[in-house]
Design a protein around this ligand. Structure first.
Ligand SMILES: NC(=O)C1=CN([C@@H]2O[C@H](COP(=O)(O)OP(=O)(O)OC[C@H]3O[C@@H](n4cnc5c(N)ncnc54)[C@H](O)[C@@H]3O)[C@@H](O)[C@H]2O)C=CC1
Ligand SMILES: O=C(CO)COP(=O)(O)O
Length: 328
């Protein structure tokens, strides 16, 4: 596998940060954005002001508006946009190439994981999943970050991890794609819940309980889907829960705070909220849990709050009056 050049598709915060990480790893990077105008502005200023204000980008990054040949392709668009994006691409550019899926979410309607969408749309591509605690601003600024990179073939995954690793970006190779994808998608749902706890002033103890019970619920989901609960001890599970469920920097946490303060989803979206993947993923995760017969009271609670069919006070009362049971 030749692993010299990288194309990152998606000129938002995460695509720009991953382009920067790949450049710091010594790769030549194409950052594929939506319009020529955007590409020209990025190339002229070596910045992507709309996505990561103030961050100077490596000279190894060249922005463009069309995907050209690259050894590694990274997809960094919202989870709900991945299928449309792949539909618009020439599958020949992906055939036999490592395609790194970095969106954290489950698809509305199909309940699909990102790697299932890739398998549908570009079956010849080699799918890898990147997840873990990593705010775009930290990665782009070269602050120390560790993530999980999961793929089917151990030696290919390690080679890809090496090609993307830099002085401040450390991918750990793993083989449980299902566990990593479910962890990445569900942590956003729990981050909404934890933000709501803060927005409703329910206290740090409630938030910690939610993280621990969310972890247990996540383990039930991963196991039911054929992944390994052990994966959740790593960066994509515990690592990303620890980050996103406790930090106001998280967009999902911020969105949750607004819900906790009593605002409705439509109102928060209309106010120009940043992308919060958990909003679309919560109903999908609830449907998935139902189809797998997994007890998922926290996912159901977030789904109800996002849909506006219940309020925080009723949700809390309902959760606290569930029958007592053994912890494990
Ligand atoms: N921002 C972060 O710190 C992190 C984000 N992620 C994940 O990365 C994914 C993307 O998030 P962000 O970049 O932060 O969001 P963003 O809102 O900053 O950017 C999304 C970008 O995708 C582009 N886009 C949407 N549909 C497209 C299409 N069909 N074709 C081409 N481009 C398209 C938009 O124009 C926009 O530039 C999400 O799933 C998120 O969970 C993962 C780790 C960290
Ligand atoms: O996934 C992330 C950090 O690992 C980013 O979280 P938010 O999308 O909630 O900002």
């Amino acid at each position: 596998m030749r692993l010299e050049t990288v194309a990152v598709i998606g000129g938002g915060a995460w695509g720009t940060a991953l382009a920067q990480a790949a450049a710091m790893a010594g790769r030549s990077v194409a950052l594929v954005v939506r319009t020529n105008r955007q590409a020209e502005a990025i190339n002229a200023t070596h910045m992507n002001e709309a996505a990561l204000p103030g961050q100077v980008l490596s000279g190894r990054i060249v922005a463009m508006s069309q995907l050209a040949q690259a050894d590694i392709i990274v997809l960094a668009v919202p989870a709900q946009s991945t299928r449309t994006l792949l539909n618009d691409l020439d599958p020949a550019l992906l055939a036999g190439k490592p395609v790194v899926l970095s969106a954290k979410g489950l698809e509305t309607g199909t309940l699909a994981r990102q790697s299932e969408i890739l398998r549908d749309m570009a079956p010849e591509a080699l799918g890898f999943v990147l997840s873990g605690p990593s705010f775009a601003v930290d990665v782009a600024a070269g602050r120390p970050t560790a993530v999980t990179l999961a793929g089917d073939d151990a030696s290919e995954t390690s080679a890809l991890a090496l090609a993307l690793a830099g002085p401040s970006f450390r991918p750990y190779a793993a083989d449980d794609r299902i566990g990593v994808e479910i962890a990445g998608a569900l942590k956003n749902v729990y981050a909404l819940a934890c933000g709501a706890v803060e927005g409703a002033n329910l206290g740090a103890s409630a938030r910690a309980a939610l993280i621990a019970r969310g972890y247990a619920e996540m383990a039930r989901m991963v196991t039911a889907m054929g992944g390994s609960a052990h994966t959740l001890t790593g960066l994509a599970g515990l690592g990303d829960l620890a980050l996103t469920c406790t930090s106001v920097q998280s967009r999902n946490y911020q969105f949750g705070m607004a819900l906790g303060a009593g605002r409705q989803t439509a109102e928060v979206l209309a106010s120009g909220a940043k992308l919060a993947e958990g909003v679309a993923t919560a109903p999908v995760a609830a449907a998935l849990a139902k189809s797998l017969n997994v007890d998922a009271p926290l996912i159901d609670a977030v789904d109800a709050v996002v849909a506006g069919t219940s309020d925080i006070a009723s949700i809390v009362a309902g959760l606290m009056s569930r029958p007592l049971k053994r912890e494990i």
